[in-house]
Structures are given as C-alpha cells and as structure tokens.
Design a protein around this ligand. Structure first.
Ligand SMILES: *Cc1c(COP(=O)(O)O)cnc(C)c1O
Length: 337
C-alpha cells in the first residue's frame, strides 16, 4: 500500500529493528536506561539545548512543555489550527488549567505579532496572566520564515513571555532552509520534536529545553503515567532515526513537489499553492471526489476520505510510487467526467 495519509505510518526497517534488538536497556524511571540517556543527550545537543526528555508522543511532549512553563490559571497564545490547541484534546486546559488564547494563523503559518500584542492581557486581576507564546514549524507543511522567528523571539523577550516551539517536523524545516536546525531552535526556550513522523521511528518525541524546565517536565511526565521502564528498545529507534533519516527528508520534499506538479494537470483539483514546501500537498476535490478514496484503495493507495485531502510523503514512498499516484488520480478523474 502507498499510504499518503500521514508520515506517521512508516514502519521500522531492518536496520532500525536491528538497533532496537541490540539496545542496552535499564530502568529509565531510575535514570538507568543508557539508550534513553544517549537519545536525550544526542537530541539536546542537536537542538542546541542543555537537557532533553524522551516522551511517549508529541502530544505528551507539548503538554509537558505547557505544564512546565505555565502555572494553573495562566494563559498561552497559540494558532487556531496549531496542533497544541486543536489536536491535543484540550490537554493544557483539562490537565493544566492553562487557558488557551487561540488566534488565526496568517497564510504563511505565522502569528501576526501585532495581533498577539493586542491579546496579551494587562496585569490586572480580571485577566489570566499571559505566560507563553507557542509556534509550530513546520505549520501545515509550511516553513516559518527565519526573520519572523527572530522577530518573534525579540517580541517574546520584550513581553516577558516564554517561547515554545512545536517542532514535530522541525527537521523538515531545517532541511528545506538548508540551515543547521539550531539556527531555528536557538530562538526558543523549549522545543518538542517528533521521532515518529518523517524521521521514521515507531514511537516517541523529545522535549528539549533548560535543565530546570526538563526537571519540572520529568515530574509531570511521571504524573501523567509517562515514566517508561526499559524504553531503550524504543529510544534506539529514535537514535537510528536522528543519525540516518534527516538528510533524506529532502527526497520527501522532492516527491511532494513532483506530486503537486503532476496533480496540477488535473482540472478538477484545486491545489493549495503552499503545497510541496516540505512533505505535504493539499488538494481540494471541490466536491467531485465522491468514491475517490475507495477507487484509490483498490489500486493500492491510501488517502483520507475527505473533500480536502492532505497528501503526505515519507520514507516508505519512492518516486515511482508518486508516478503511480498521479496516474491513478488522472484515471479517476478521466473516468468520472
Ligand atoms: C503529530 C504532531 C504532534 C504530536 O503528535 P503525536 O501523534 O502525539 O505524537 C504535534 N504537533 C504536530 C504539528 C504534529 O504534526
């Protein structure tokens, strides 16, 4: 199956599984799993932070960051369509009593800093104290401009806000910009990165920040039931991913660009212009896609059953698969005309 629904669907190959099988392990709740410790050190170093914490998921990693930066009754500013706000089941509000202040994202995936400024609450007992600004990069497959991130850092510092990055796909952004990932991550107080997206590990995310913040996050992780024992078998996959699967993200981006190009020949489809910046292509069938997902499935291609499709490339999809996907899309629309 060519599965375009997400880059989370990748399965570990032989080399990654070999590392997992060979991993030295211990009880990580005692801090004694050498492989988890190695992953945390490696990831912290790569992202230019002093400490890191291995988490079960990106949802958990983001939640730990919010819980560690904010106190009960604080507020954080976040994009309407940001994962931390929209797709994490309201965890910050439910579990942390942290009030979200969502704002519409700009077309390039940024939050307009003038708008953010308007929503920062004055120091007055009527209001929840605004404590944190949260960005996402990539945001819907889009890479945030570097100058924007620099401006947002300056802004956050001036307004005494903590600054968190949901960097689930931060390596896609760095590969796209062809810059060291630290050029991006240095500007943030904390960064969450997913190992289980384009990097191809089966499980896990890492929160990177200062030792003080990570110490708090470790307590929250334990409270949330996220203290894992011989997690080194999983962390080994994460190490393999960080050591082998970053540069190749460029191929996913090329495949997405080719997919965008191929699908743009099909008149029935609306392709979002931001498609192919990294590994995502956004396609609207404008109501003409009834039966498309079933048709595709019969031909060995998985897409979500929606009018607006997000097609995601990843390490289990090669250039020949992309050609097949374009052909099958074309045959669907030539059939139904
Ligand atoms: C996938 C994702 C997460 C976290 O996802 P989990 O499925 O919980 O690991 C966070 N932010 C973004 C932008 C994501 O795409």
């Amino acid at each position: 199956m060519i599965d375009l629904r997400s880059d989370t669907v990748t399965t570990p190959g032989d080399a990654m599984r070999h590392c997992m099988a060979q991993a030295e392990v211990g009880d990580d709740v005692y801090g004694e799993d050498p492989t988890v410790n190695r992953l945390e050190t490696l990831c912290a170093d790569m992202l230019g932070k002093k400490a890191a914490l291995y988490c079960s998921s990106g949802t958990q990693s983001n939640l730990l960051a919010l819980l560690s930066h904010c106190r009960r009754g604080d507020e954080y500013i976040v994009g309407q369509k940001a994962h931390t706000y929209r797709y994490e089941a309201g965890g910050a509000a439910v579990l942390g009593s942290i009030q979200p202040q969502p704002l519409d994202l700009e077309p390039d995936g940024t939050l307009d800093l003038e708008k953010v400024a308007q929503y920062i609450k004055p120091d007055d007992f009527h209001f929840a104290p605004t404590a944190l600004l949260c960005l996402e990069n990539t945001q819907g497959g889009k890479v945030l401009p570097m100058e924007y991130i620099e401006d947002a850092r300056t802004f956050a510092t001036a307004r005494k806000l903590k600054f968190h990055l949901d960097g689930a796909r931060i390596f896609n952004a760095a590969v796209k910009l062809n810059c060291p990932v630290t050029d991006i991550t240095n500007h943030f107080d904390s960064v969450s990165v997913c190992l289980s997206k384009g990097l191809g590990a089966p499980v896990g995310s890492v929160l990177c920040a200062s030792p003080e913040l990570i110490q708090k996050a470790r307590r929250w992780r334990k409270m949330l039931g996220g203290g894992m024992r011989q997690a080194g078998v999983l962390a080994a996959a994460g190490i393999y991913a960080l050591e082998n699967n970053i540069e190749r993200l460029a191929m996913d981006h090329e495949n997405a660009t080719r997919l965008k190009e191929g699908l743009s020949d099909i008149q029935e489809l609306d392709i979002s212009p931001d498609s192919g910046q990294t590994n995502m292509v956004f396609v609207s069938t404008r109501g003409k896609g009834t039966g498309l997902s079933l048709f595709m499935k019969e031909k060995g291609i998985l897409v979500s059953d929606e009018d607006d499709l997000r097609l995601v490339t990843h390490l289990d999809i090669g250039p020949e698969d992309i050609e097949k996907v374009i052909d099958v899309f074309k045959s669907f629309f030539s059939r139904s005309v």
